[in-house]
Design a protein around this ligand. Structure first.
Ligand code: ATP
Length: 295
């Protein structure tokens, strides 16, 4: 009998992996203009993570052959650390996220997760290890419970509940007459930006990835909601390796390390106070944002 079940298990796994891939694709489309599929090398092994370190090793990449975007980028994120990537518009911040999610392979250099070159691995297993909380989340025309469990067909109610609680959206759901069975999306209950964001966070918690990629997740929210969401993100990123792409520097001042990217190169790196003392690009960006906030 086991012989008979195994192929079915495998099919279930493949199905779930593809579904998870699709939701992440939908999320990532917010980050990108076009998508070029990379191909797995034949017999590519699965990513196996013991310690979720992330390493960029001399990565060179561009979208078009005649225009290099990342010019030999190297950095390492130790397992469990929280690093922020900042820099002027067009510096290549989102490009780093797209490469880590393996939407593209670098021209040269390597991207490693726990020492394994992701270009040599099954891309589905790489994507399975990374959770994305995007700027603007996609909701499906289905129940709120489905939206949270999405991508994991075998998720039980308790896991969905726990994820909703950790994403601080459980009280909201419990007040709805139909609870987790409430229809949301275009044909159902319309959720606010903050509520949608919390659904996205809950969905990420169901996925339970060792690596998190946050794309300035709070840009469209009022400041009270923003503070709440930032606190939630701070909590869920504590045990995970986290890369945050940030536009507003005030949200990342306590990152373990800040990478300041300028024209595809690391211009500066360090902690907030070190970078301020340096009086370089970061200090300049910080002062500009502070004066904008005042005026
Ligand atoms: P922002 O802060 O404005 O979001 P960013 O630092 O995230 O900017 P990227 O989105 O990584 O910047 O883009 C880096 C460069 O790559 C930009 O000059 C952009 O025009 C270019 N670029 C981005 N996506 C593509 C694409 N799909 N095809 C061609 N060029 C692209």
């Amino acid at each position: 009998l086991m012989q008979l079940f195994r192929p079915l298990d495998l099919l279930g796994f493949v199905y779930r992996t593809i579904r998870q891939g699709m939701i992440d694709m939908a999320e990532m489309f917010k980050l990108m203009d076009t998508s070029v599929e990379v191909e797995d090398v034949p017999g590519a092994p699965a990513l196996i993570i013991r310690k979720p370190t992330v390493t960029f090793d001399n990565v060179v990449f561009g979208y078009d052959p005649d225009r290099t975007i990342l010019q030999g980028l190297s950095f390492e994120v130790p397992a469990g650390d929280n690093i922020a990537i900042v820099g002027p518009s067009g510096a290549g911040k989102s490009t780093i996220a797209r490469l880590l999610f393996r939407f593209y392979d670098p021209w040269s250099g390597r991207i490693l997760i726990d020492g394994q070159d992701i270009a040599q691995l099954q891309q589905a297993t790489v994507r399975g290890a990374i959770g994305i909380v995007p700027q603007d989340s996609v909701l499906f025309n289905d129940t709120i419970g489905y939206n949270i469990a999405y991508g994991k067909a075998d998720t039980d109610d308790r896991t969905v509940q726990a994820a909703a609680r950790d994403a601080a959206i459980l009280p909201f759901i419990e007040k709805l007459p139909q609870g987790f069975d409430t229809q949301v999306g275009e044909r159902g209950l319309k959720l606010s930006g903050g509520e949608k964001q919390r659904v996205a966070i809950a969905r990420t918690l169901v996925k339970n990835p060792p690596i998190l990629m946050l794309d300035e997740a709070t840009s469209a929210l009022d400041s009270r909601t923003e503070q709440d969401i930032l606190a939630t993100l701070d909590r869920i990123s504590r045990d995970r390796t986290t890369l945050s792409i940030a536009h507003r520097l005030s949200t990342i001042a306590d990152a373990d390390e800040i990478l300041v990217l300028d024209q595809g190169k690391l211009a500066e790196r360090g902690k907030h106070n070190q970078l301020l003392r340096k009086d370089g690009l970061y200090a300049e960006m910080w002062q500009r944002q502070a004066s904008e906030a005042d005026g």
